[in-house]
Design a protein around this ligand. Structure first.
Ligand code: ZN
Length: 81
């Protein structure tokens, strides 16, 4: 039974894009991208406390920040939620 206040577990809580989570899509957990990709712990740390352990973040937000290829110069950081 859905709760109105529950976040959509298929969306990234950081950017609002589909997170591609296999579990949220009803597929086997081991088929999720997060099983093959390292999740940046700093990205997880940016999650609001009430979002943790609920919705998965997306591959783009979860990817460890590479010094030279993450975002175009001049792109402001995401505002705090
Ligand atoms: Zn995201």
């Amino acid at each position: 039974m859905p709760h109105p206040s529950d976040p959509d577990t298929s969306q990234c809580p950081l950017c609002g894009q589909p997170n591609g989570c296999a579990i949220a899509a009803g597929r086997a957990p081991e088929s999720c991208w997060c099983m093959a990709q390292t999740i940046d712990r700093a990205a997880l740390a940016r999650l609001p406390a009430d979002q943790r352990e609920r919705a998965c973040i997306c591959p783009a937000c979860g990817a460890p920040a590479a010094a030279d290829s993450v975002a175009a110069p001049g792109v402001p950081p995401s505002p705090p939620i």
